[in-house]
Write a protein that binds this ligand. Structure first.
Ligand code: PLP
Length: 394
């Protein structure tokens, strides 16, 4: 048999392409056909990387900092990350043993799962969930167990819901706050619920804190690793994509107990050797340099958040809860059909591209995800088009 026609390994057959990418491509195709499209599928800030960060990478390149570096990360960056975690999160890690610099938060999560999930291990994924957790668990040979959080409770996490999905094979729970796609920021009480389950069932926790800096009003991001007993069972994942508008640079990190980071380091070494050298110099500039651009970006996202929540709730039948963090709205559109049906109509008749809620879990079929990483003008026009299409004026 020709090797290209032989069935692919089961682990690859068990996963699909990223649904957010699929919808973005649909929007782009429509754009290339000459239609006006408001693309609100995108999960990346529409701001430029601050110039002092770009300069730092440029300087590193000019200085010939272009070779392999230490697999864990350059010491300057490991120190800067340790200082950031201590200052912002009250988390204390040894830079030379308990931190790993990765190619984006995504690779940090991938290494974490590959290094800790064994064949047949169950991993709790709290729905609505970011689209890559489930496939990563499958690629590692694990079994993703979806815990559907209730839209009627605004996706509140409770101990009872988690407890109902525990078995003797449960090994890990993945937590994401601020959350993509719901925009929820977990309260201390919710984190305590996860911590109680983790302790009861002896679970590891991956805490995906990539949207940490994007929180609104008086809400506060709390890392679950700061709760009593949690530091030793948690891998804290963060990165530069969302806070510093650095998506294309591919830069993230993970911090955790020394034995776990040692295991992740092996996966990292044998897959990518190290994170790109000169880009790590830019990350040092991001952490140590002026933070004004981030402050400006967060203020702009907050203004857009207000516009989006108000605009969505002004469409009869559409329900959108207050967005506490990140840059996504996750409205219930069931008055008009499933998220998928409504998404198709909005793209066809209004040129508005969103991602159906079903991409984030089976229980999210009534929803659509709207990214407000777009200008206020685009958002206003898109909301106007949505209202016109859904209320039959178009
Ligand atoms: C919840 C969540 N985690 C992790 C990531 C990965 O981000 P990156 O790999 O760009 O750091 C994303 C990106 O969209 C995300 O939404």
């Amino acid at each position: 048999m020709n090797p290209t026609t032989r069935p692919l390994p089961r682990r690859v057959q068990s996963i699909d392409s990223s649904p957010t990418v699929v919808f973005r491509e649909l929007a782009q195709r429509r754009l290339s056909e000459g239609y006006e499209v408001f693309d609100l599928t995108i999960g990346e800030p529409d701001f430029d990387t601050p110039p002092h960060i770009v300069e730092a990478a440029y300087d590193a390149l000019k200085a010939g900092f272009t070779h392999y570096v230490n697999s864990r990360g350059i010491s300057e960056l490991l120190d800067a990350i340790a200082a950031k975690l201590a200052q912002d999160n009250d988390l204390h890690y040894a830079p030379d043993k308990e931190i790993l610099v990765t190619l984006g938060g995504k690779q940090a999560i991938f290494c974490a799962i590959m290094a800790t999930v064994d064949q047949g291990d169950e991993v709790l994924v709290l729905d609505p969930a970011w689209v890559s957790y489930d496939p990563m668990v499958r690629l590692a040979g694990g079994i993703p167990v979806h815990v559907p959080l209730r839209p009627e409770d605004n996706f509140h996490i409770t101990e009872a819901q988690l407890s109902a999905h525990l078995t003797s094979r449960t090994r890990m729970v993945i937590l994401n706050s601020p959350n993509n796609p719901t925009g929820r920021v977990a309260t201390r009480e919710e984190l305590e619920a996860v911590a109680a389950i983790a302790e009861k069932a002896n679970l590891l926790v991956i805490s995906d804190e990539i949207y940490e800096k994007l929180v609104y009003d008086d809400r506060q991001h709390i890392s679950i690793a700061t709760l009593p007993g949690m530091r030793d069972r948690t891998l804290v994942v963060n990165g530069f994509s969302k806070s510093y508008a650095m998506t294309g640079w591919r830069l993230g990190y993970v911090a955790g107990p020394v034995s776990l980071i040692g295991a992740l380091l092996k996966v990292h070494q044998h897959s990518v050797t190290c994170t790109t050298s000169f880009i790590q110099k830019a990350a040092v500039a991001a952490l140590k340099g002026p933070q004004d651009d981030m402050v400006h970006m967060v203020a702009e996202f907050k203004a857009r958040r207000d516009l989006v929540v108000q605009g969505l709730n002004a469409i009869p039948g559409v329900k959108c809860s207050q967005i506490e963090g990140a840059f996504y709205a996750f409205p219930d559109v069931s008055a008009y059909g499933t998220g998928e049906e409504v998404g198709k109509i909005l793209l066809r008749d209004g040129g508005v591209a969103l991602v159906p809620g079903s991409a984030f879990g089976e229980s999210c079929g009534n929803h659509l995800r709207l990214s407000f990483a777009a200008s206020r003008e685009t958002l206003e026009r898109a909301l106007g088009a949505m209202k016109a299409v859904l209320t039959g004026r178009k």
